[in-house]
Design a protein around this ligand. Structure first.
Ligand SMILES: Nc1ncnc2c1ncn2[C@@H]1O[C@H](COP(=O)(O)OP(=O)(O)OP(=O)(O)O)[C@@H](O)[C@H]1O
Ligand SMILES: [Mg+2]
Length: 258
């Protein structure tokens, strides 16, 4: 079930380095929110704080609050592993498990959770591959290695793996940056379909992509090298790209810096 994310006063560190500072925003359910901003402004860091992956990095530390509907993901007693099941992630480079078949790749998350019945596995794998618009291309080779697919297919395989466990939120960090234009459009179409069921956040350097796929866009920036990244503004995508409130946003989207 898609859930709303409500972030308040979020600051994240790598050791003593403050990477992002005091970010507050709401991410609406059943919609796509795009994160844009220059390299190093903390988009990936921020994304990883939303499923408690930031703290996996040595020295990674977070202050602030991330509410998923009415649960604080940083509340005491919250299990980070279950958070990562609820808030799934798709990475920049497709990362199917190299030694596993297509079928096993999709089933992997379910098996880790132990939250499946063996008799249902085939059904869930098929449903997830269909959900990722990959089924027709792989249904006759489910036992072949996932690594044998094209880059675009591998990325859809990773999306199938992520949605198989029925998360509430899907985080995507530049999911198309390693893909050709056709595969990119396939993923963008897919994102448009998935937002009916999930809350989606996508980091992208591609302004056209942000404009095409997202409902809301958040612009992040940093004052200088070594300074923490900050949220500059978040608004309807149409508004950010036509009439942003802040000059720096306009400069960025029109390619004047970054
Ligand atoms: N593992 C790490 N250890 C230490 N510092 C890190 C680490 N990862 C990122 N940083 C620092 O945190 C800041 C934000 O980096 P981050 O990768 O979140 O930016 P980004 O906006 O995703 O950039 P890009 O657009 O290039 O992907 C940068 O100053 C970066 O050097
Ligand atoms: Mg990044």
């Amino acid at each position: 079930m898609a859930k709303r994310i409500d972030i308040s006063g979020l600051t994240a560190y790598y050791g003593t380095h403050k990477a992002i500072e005091d970010i507050s925003m709401t991410v609406e359910p059943r919609s796509v929110t795009a994160f844009i901003g220059p390299s190093g402004c903390g988009k990936s860091t921020f994304l990883r704080t939303l499923n408690r992956m930031h703290e996996v990095t040595v020295g990674g530390r977070v202050e602030g609050k991330v509410m998923l509907d009415d649960e604080n993901l940083y509340g005491s007693g919250v299990d980070p592993v279950s958070v990562r099941r609820t808030v799934g992630m798709v990475f920049q480079r497709p990362n199917p498990f190299p030694t596993m078949s297509i079928f096993e790749n999709v089933a992997a998350g379910l098996k880790l959770n132990g939250s499946y019945k063996k008799s249902e596995l085939g059904h869930v794998v098929e449903k997830s591959l269909k959900g990722a618009n990959l089924w027709n291309e792989v249904k006759d080779r489910l036992n072949k290695p996932g690594a044998g697919l094209s880059g675009g297919q591998q990325q859809r395989l990773c999306i199938a793996r992520a949605i198989a466990v029925e998360p509430d939120v899907l985080l995507m960090d530049e999911p198309c940056s390693a893909l050709d234009p056709i595969s990119t459009l396939a993923i963008e179409d897919l994102i448009g379909e998935l937002k009916e069921r999930f809350t989606i956040v996508i980091v992208t350097h591609n302004m056209q992509q942000a404009a095409r796929v997202s409902d809301r866009t958040a612009f992040f920036n940093l004052a200088g090298v070594g300074q923490p990244g900050k949220l500059i503004e978040i608004d309807e995508t149409e508004r950010i790209f036509s009439n942003p409130s802040v000059q720096a946003t306009e400069d960025y989207i029109s390619g004047r810096f970054g």
